[in-house]
Write a new protein. Structure first.
Length: 199
């Protein structure tokens, strides 16, 4: 069974372990590089700040008692958008539904925030992730993504959260309210002004 745990700044060690594993195992899948988070970049206050992005929803999936994957939902630059970032599933947990579980948790968070569009960026060569996102209703856009270290641009994908999704507010699934106020008070999902540090 896959469990979900919401991470706060106090859980920075768990996030650090997963993030460094992700950047080591899949260096071409992320905008950030392992070197960005090592040496001077590997500081407790920096990890805490990453988990304390206002309005963010940072979660880990636990499989067989161990953290097996991670993802974040963060408010987008406009109030009607949110972004799914930092998705990674450890190799030993792949093919067991962990990626599906993590995406669904971010979608539930976005619905609680009253968001209409969920966005993400995926590396052009990351075909498995692209297929996972398409399976969940994301579609590629013509919008150019950020340039990666390889010189290629990320592919921007979006999912429009439908009226049907929004009325299915039985999205409490264990009452995972982390990072976002209930729909009546969307203060926890205010648009962000600055880029996400180390997405």
């Amino acid at each position: 069974m896959i469990e979900t745990r919401i991470l706060t700044a106090d859980d920075w060690r768990t996030w650090r372990e997963l993030r460094l594993a992700a950047l080591t195992e899949a260096p071409d899948a992320f905008g950030a590089r392992l070197a960005d988070w090592q040496g001077d970049g590997d500081r407790e206050e920096r990890w805490r700040a990453r988990l304390a992005i206002p309005g963010s929803h940072n979660i880990t999936a636990v499989l067989d008692g161990r953290p097996a994957g991670m993802v974040s939902g963060v408010p987008g630059p406009r109030g009607d958008t949110a972004e799914l970032i930092s998705l990674w599933v450890g190799p030993e947990a792949r093919g067991r539904g962990v990626g599906d579980h993590l995406i669904q948790e971010v979608e539930r968070w976005a619905l609680r925030c009253g968001v209409g569009v969920l966005r993400l960026a995926v590396a052009p060569g990351n075909t498995h992730a692209g297929a996972l996102y398409r399976r969940h209703g994301f579609a590629a856009t013509d919008e150019p993504g950020d340039e990666m270290a390889s010189g290629e641009r990320e592919i921007i994908m979006v999912k429009y959260l439908t009226a049907e999704d929004r009325t299915a507010r039985d999205v409490t699934a264990g009452d995972l309210s982390g990072g976002c106020a209930p729909p009546a008070d969307s203060a926890g999902c205010a648009p962000r002004a600055d880029p996400v540090p180390g997405g």
